[in-house]
Design a protein around this ligand. Structure first.
Ligand SMILES: NC(=O)C1=CN([C@@H]2O[C@H](COP(=O)(O)OP(=O)(O)OC[C@H]3O[C@@H](n4cnc5c(N)ncnc54)[C@H](OP(=O)(O)O)[C@@H]3O)[C@@H](O)[C@H]2O)C=CC1
Ligand SMILES: O=C(O)C1=N[C@H](C(=O)O)C[C@H](O)C1
Length: 267
């Protein structure tokens, strides 16, 4: 039986790819395309909007009678209502929106005591594997005699609303947990003086239609390591989100991540 999936943020860039790929996937049935009531595309057929022809599911603010999972790629402003609905309907949640406040992070943690949630700043397999490589590099370089300066560069499309990206912050947390840096530096300008060793530098580039690219630099004295992962389109995030929805079926309440879904924790 295919998993009945509701897409939250269905009219957006990610939402439309999820509708298109979900419609073609034999293990997925799109049962709802949730959008805000204010959206000018409300009531348009989600398949028509996504370019795959009519699927009989209109963009709508209404919650479906039942769904095996909700996949959310929307905006932080929509998070509180989304979580309230998932709790009310006891629906497993795949949560992909970035740029949350601390209070919203806590809201999701609390909700996961009642429903199973996969939350990840990136649903991409390649990004999550690069996170594992970053963890290994960070542990190996922690006590390097020359010291290792870590800088994270991310590039995204001009429409992105949050910076640095959720993924860049997740990479930074992995590094800091392993190496112990306690400061963050967001860009640099002016007479900055020598670089302190105890910081991670973040640099957010916004150009054109870039679907997401991250480079983690470990700068030593005499040599440099760079780990780079780049999407060429958004399908990697959509495929990861569907894998997460499938993985969530029958799971007990809890807060899970893509490392759990992809089985990378044991590497
Ligand atoms: N974890 C991951 O792998 C990835 C995460 N993301 C994140 O996903 C989010 C969405 O990205 P993207 O698709 O590019 O953004 P878009 O702005 O294209 O899409 C967001 C959609 O959410 C809709 N929305 C706003 N309010 C509500 C509401 N109350 N209920 C339902 N839908 C609502 C918006 O509608 P309207 O236009 O009317 O406001 C819009 O259609 C971002 O936070 C991004 O960082 C993106 C890619 C990968
Ligand atoms: O907004 C995007 O596009 C993306 N956002 C996510 C993030 O903030 O990390 C994931 C991906 O890089 C694309």
């Amino acid at each position: 039986m295919p998993i009945e999936v509701a897409i939250h943020g269905a009219g957006g860039r990610m939402g439309q790819r999820l509708i298109a790929l979900g419609t073609a996937a034999p293990n997925i049935k799109i049962v709802a395309a949730i959008e805000s009531a204010m959206n000018p595309k409300a009531r348009t057929d989600a398949g028509v909007l996504a370019g795959v022809g009519e699927i009989g599911v209109p963009l709508s603010p209404e919650w479906p009678d039942r769904a095996g999972a909700v996949i959310d790629f929307s905006l932080p402003a929509a998070t509180d209502n989304l979580v309230a609905n998932c709790l009310e309907h006891k629906t497993p949640l795949v949560f992909a929106t970035t740029g949350l406040s601390d209070k919203q992070e806590e809201l999701i943690r609390t909700a996961s005591e009642q429903i199973p949630i996969v939350k990840a700043a990136s649903m991409s397999m390649a990004v999550n594997l690069t996170m594992k490589l970053t963890e290994i590099a960070s542990r190996a370089l922690k006590d390097h005699p020359s010291g290792a300066d870590v800088e994270i560069i991310e590039r995204h499309h001009r429409f992105k609303e949050d910076a640095p990206s959720g993924t860049a912050l997740a990479f930074g947390k992995i590094v800091a947990d392993a190496m112990g840096q306690s400061q963050s530096q967001h860009g640099r300008s002016g007479k900055t003086g020598a670089r302190p060793h105890d910081e991670i530098g973040y640099h957010a580039i916004r150009t054109g239609d870039n679907p997401g690219e991250h480079t983690i630099i470990f700068g030593l004295l005499g040599e440099t390591i760079e780990l780079r992962v780049a999407a060429t389109n958004r399908d990697c995030y959509a495929h990861g989100a569907f894998a997460a929805a499938e993985w969530l079926q029958g799971k007990p309440p809890g807060l899970y991540n893509m490392q759990d879904v992809l089985g990378l924790n044991s590497l």
